[in-house]
Design a protein around this ligand. Structure first.
Ligand code: SF4
Length: 388
């Protein structure tokens, strides 16, 4: 039995789909085999359902570790808790899983072409990284050989959580890191016209930077560099990138952070703010706080609270929302307005969480009002504006 804790996925994950409102079986749950071969009024073409399902169950971001995107706060912790731990599996509205699928398509196409052009671009793509985080103040939970927590701890060993992530494109020669984000054009316009960069994008990019700086350069990679005529790298680990950029991929617009951009059918240039670079120490402190919260929710199975008010838009299309889908288990509005959580006064519960350094929700931090950006002047945003 290993004392290293990888976050496990005890439930079977996605089992099938919830019928959407436009079909007569609205709200019914069916396993994917039914959707593919028995449904008489499929809501989406069966080959597309098969592809979406396949991509979802094979998605490496689901399952084996705490990913950078989880720690960055892109997902509802309660939702992920349900997805991972429900031994009966879960069912999704197909439109919810289509979005990550659309991103997968774009990433795959870029990755394939990028590999061919590696000797020219000098960008490595889809590097998978894993870094252990040691918590000497917490005992290691004891797991079964299947990776399920037995409910016991080994006080002689520290808790070790593995943090993983796959970065889209990184050049150790240009010290630049790109993350490709598919987005609706409305979102792309917000990035371009209002300089609206999501706080979780900043955290995610800085987590990738941290993972890169803690990743050893393998002999296999060095061999690959030689094969492509690229210079060898000094040192044992990859150098931390100095420039972090989000490449937005919309339907019509392709904004790049830290860069001027002229939209389709316009001549006015908007400057998109750069992604701030945190120190590796700042990033590690943030990672450690949040990793513990996710560890509690996904490995120890402690139910986390619903998302806070200013991220309640996540609940609108959530397939666990019992206030929208009959028979489901989460009641976010009711829970948000209640004074207690899990039988404890809410305030008390939060104090317990904070004492363990377990939950740092950006929604709880004071925010400075942001004016709409109509300016063309490029301006560095201080880190505090994003992280509170
Ligand atoms: S309904 Fe809202 S709080 Fe509940 S799991 Fe879904 S997104 Fe999270």
């Amino acid at each position: 039995m290993s004392d290293r804790v990888a976050v496990m996925q005890p439930g079977p994950g996605l089992k099938g789909f919830v019928c959407p409102p436009q079909v007569p079986t609205k709200g019914e749950r069916h396993e994917v085999d039914h959707c593919l071969s028995k449904c008489v009024h499929p809501c989406v073409a069966e080959p597309l359902i098969a592809a979406i399902y396949h991509a979802n169950v094979r998605n490496p971001h689901k399952g084996a570790y705490l990913s950078a995107s989880m720690i960055a706060g892109s997902n509802c912790m309660r939702k992920t808790h349900y997805e991972r731990l429900d031994p009966a599996g879960h069912y999704e509205l197909i439109r919810n899983v289509y979005w990550p699928f659309r991103g997968t398509i774009a990433h795959k196409v870029i990755e394939d072409r990028g590999d061919e052009a590696f000797h020219l671009t000098q960008f490595m793509q889809e590097i998978t990284m894993r870094v252990p985080l040691v918590f000497p103040d917490r005992p290691a939970p004891i797991f079964t050989d299947d990776g399920l927590w037995t409910g016991e701890y080994d006080p002689t060993k520290p808790l070790i959580i593995e943090l993983g992530g796959t970065c889209d494109a990184y050049s150790p020669w240009k010290l630049k890191l790109y993350d490709f984000k598919t987005m609706a054009d409305a979102k792309a316009r917000m990035v371009i016209e209002q300089g609206k960069i999501e706080p979780n994008w900043i955290v995610q990019m800085n987590i990738y930077r941290y993972l890169i700086a803690n990743t050893e350069i393998s002999e296999k990679d060095r061999e690959e560099f030689r094969k492509h005529g690229l210079p060898d790298l000094p040192g044992t680990h990859y150098p931390a990138p100095e420039t972090l950029r989000i490449q937005g991929i919309g339907m019509m617009e392709i904004p790049l952070t830290g860069q001027g951009y002229v939209m389709q059918r316009q001549w006015q240039q908007n400057d998109i703010p750069p992604i701030p670079v945190m120190t590796l120490e700042e990033t590690e402190a943030l990672i450690r706080d949040r990793a513990i919260a996710w560890f509690d929710a996904l490995v120890l199975g402690i139910k986390p609270p619903v998302v806070e008010d200013d991220r309640s838009w996540m609940c609108k299309s959530c397939s666990f929302n019992g206030e929208v889908i009959e028979g489901e288990r989460c009641f976010p509005k009711k829970e948000r307005s209640a004074d207690t959580f899990e039988g404890e006064p809410k305030e008390e519960w939060r104090k317990v969480q904070d004492a363990g350094g377990t939950y740092v929700d950006p929604a709880e931090k004071p925010k400075k009002p942001r004016k709409p950006r109509a300016t063309k002047k490029k301006k560095e945003k201080p880190l505090d504006d994003f992280l509170g």
